[in-house]
Structures are given as C-alpha cells and as structure tokens.
Ligand binder design. Structure first.
Ligand code: UFG
Length: 343
C-alpha cells in the first residue's frame, strides 16, 4: 500500500516516514528541500532498512503535481506536511505564506479528485485555538482569529479541506492539530534541523548548550503561571508520528466512509519554559546559560490539549515524557555536532 508523504524530509515528516515503513507501508516522499536535506532519505533507510522513494519538486507547480499522480496511480493516501512554518517570517512576508501553503494544498486536492488517492491527513496546529478560554482545550473549542499569516494558512487550509470533502465524492480528510512537537528519534539519525537561528524553544536550548548560541532568551516571566513563564503541551515527535500511521489506517480500513475529522495531538499535560530548561539540565547534566527578557509578541500564556477524543477514537496516547523528549533532542544535537566536526 503506497502512501505519499509531502515534506517527508522535514522534521515531523521524516519521523512519520519511519513509522509508516515500520508498520509496513510503502512510502514515496515529495519535498522541494527548501528547509531540509536529501541525506535525510538515507538516514531514514539506515533506521528502517528500506529506502523510501523520493521525488524533489515543488507542489505549488500544478503540472508537476499532476504528473506525479499519473506516475503513481497506486498512491492510496497522503500526509501533507510540506509548508512554511516560521511565524515571524509569515508576518513579514504574508504573500509567500499564503501562496506556498495554500497553493500546494489546492493542487493536491485537485489531483485527489481525479485519482485514486482518496484520503488526506493534514498537518494542522493548536495555533487555531489562540488563547483558549477553557483549558484543557478540546476540538470543540472555538477557533480564534489567527494572529499570524502562518496560523491563518492552517485555519484556511482546514476550511478548504472541509469544503472539498463536502463537494466531491471520494475525498476524505483528517486534520491533526499538533501541540508542541519536540525531541528526536532514538537513533539520533533524524531530528529537527532548523536552518539559521531557531525560532523554537528546544532547538534553541540544545544549540546554546552545544555552544552555537550564547544564551537562551526566556521570553517573559510575568505570566499568570506557577513560575511566570508560558505553558505549552510538549509532545515527543515519535508519539506524534505514530498518530499519523493510525490516521492513515483509519482511512484504509473504512475506505468508503465519508469523513472530515479533527484531532488534538498532545500529551494533555502542560509545562512552563523553565520546567523544560530544568528537564534539559537534568537529563543532559549540562548547565544552561539563559536570561529572562521581554515577552515575545503573539505568544499565548498557556495552552494544553484535551486528548480524550484522540485517545478514544484513534486508540492513541502519547507515551513519552518530557525527560525523554529532552534526552533525545540532546542526543540529536550532539550527533549533529559530531558530524559537523568531522566535515
Ligand atoms: N521561547 C523562549 N525562548 C525562545 C523560544 C521560545 O522563551 O528562544 C518560549 C516561547 O515564549 C513559548 C515557548 O518557549 O512560551 C514555546 O515556544 P516555541 O516557539 O517553541 O513554540 P510556540 O508555542 O510559540 O509555537 C508553536 C508552534 C508554531 C505555532 C505556534 C502558535 O511551533 O508552529 O505554536 O502559537 F505557530
């Protein structure tokens, strides 16, 4: 059974390809490598013993996307990760985000209408909830006006998928709303590889500890939380990847069921920034250099997931704890440094 994974050389994409292959699915990756590296394909093969097929092209090009589906008429389902994801950049350059993130999705959906691939798993984000009034936040919580163009592309994409499923027979979709994915594969062969200065907390922590950055800036300690720093629901990327396999399986098992479903993927627990820093220091044995600075614009105070719907409907539950997330993130950072030193 062949599954298309767009953005399959990226952070969450590569971990998902590994889990799909381990489960027995045949995978073909499409990626334009705008934010990832071709070696990821070889590293996936080292983990699973099987090299996934890989095609490098840009999904915003309709002709190339159509040709791909003609060449692979046996693609049964697809997982669509490929998208730009830097919040700050999206504010500075909104058209780049709307053009890339929406056009690639529209091209995929257009091709789905005409080909056998009937099922789409979409990478969405808890950003759609903004600062929820009630915590934990369930899938029924109201969607709030997006603060960034990046967040808006996630909201609009969910609507585009929903409307397409309503209008066209044979298309089905599941949107997975990720909370904060961190950590890396136990092999330390794949992980998060931010190009340039990281925006996200954990790569910033590990890059600081390895000596690439001087100090972590903790954005604000005057929030209404136990230690004053914001709370997020951090989830191990491998737990997240496994949920995608279950989502694909759901389509395959009930092929003729029309559906558009939305699931929260988190652990159901929240941690402050300083708790994450403490966990890092605990598992790595390193002292982290950090300083408290002003709040970052657009950050919400606290958010964590109600995961009961995913637990019940998908039979899925995140299993790995914060220490495990930080341990694997650190192993990955050290493996990268070792590789860079050799070069
Ligand atoms: N943080 C710092 N210092 C840093 C980076 C982050 O203190 O250098 C803090 C942030 O203020 C926040 C927490 O660490 O409290 C997590 O920040 P991340 O940037 O790692 O993650 P966010 O929760 O801000 O971002 C996530 C997703 C985005 C999504 C966004 C929407 O990674 O894709 O939620 O709010 F758009």
């Amino acid at each position: 059974m062949k599954i298309l994974v767009t953005g399959g050389t990226g952070y969450i994409g590569s971990h998902t390809v590994v889990e799909l292959q381990n489960y027995g699915y045949e995978v073909v990756i499409v990626d334009n490598l705008s934010n990832s590296y071709p070696e990821v394909v070889d590293n996936i093969a080292k983990i699973t013993g099987k090299k996934p097929a890989f095609e490098k092209f840009d999904l915003t090009e309709y002709g190339k996307t159509k040709t791909f589906f003609e060449k692979h008429p046996d693609v049964e389902a697809m997982i669509h990760f490929a998208a730009y994801k830097a919040v700050g950049e999206s504010v500075a350059n909104p058209l780049k985000y709307y053009d890339n993130n929406l056009r690639s999705l529209i091209n995929l959906l257009s091709c789905m209408k005409d080909h056998r691939a009937h099922a789409l798993v979409f990478s969405s984000s808890c950003t759609v909830y903004g600062q929820p009034e009630q915590l934990p936040v369930s899938e029924d919580s109201p969607i709030q006006k997006a603060w960034s163009p990046y967040g808006n592309t996630k909201q609009i994409s969910e609507e585009i998928i929903h409307d397409s499923i309503n209008a066209h027979e044979g298309i089905n979709g599941i949107a997975l709303r990720y909370f904060n994915p961190i950590g890396a594969h136990d092999s330390a062969l794949i992980g998060e590889y931010p190009i340039g200065v990281p925006d996200n907390l954990v790569p910033y922590i590990t890059q600081t500890a390895i000596g690439k950055r001087e100090a972590l800036r903790v954005f604000g300690n005057d929030y209404d939380t136990p230690d004053g720093t914001p709370i997020r629901d951090y989830i191990h990327v491998v737990d997240l990847a496994k949920a995608h396999v279950i989502a694909v399986d759901r389509f395959i098992k009930e092929k003729n069921k029309k559906r558009f479903e939305v699931f929260n993927l988190g652990t159901g627990r929240g941690n402050t920034v300083l708790e994450v820093v403490n966990a890092f220091e605990r598992v790595s044995g390193e002292k982290l250099n950090y300083k408290i600075v002003d709040r970052r614009q657009g950050d919400v105070e606290k958010v964590w997931a109600d995961t009961s719907f995913a637990n019940k409907e998908l039979g899925w539950k995140a299993e790995r704890d914060l220490d495990d997330m930080m341990r694997t993130a650190w192993q990955w950072e050290k493996a990268l440094a070792e590789k860079e030193n050799k070069q």
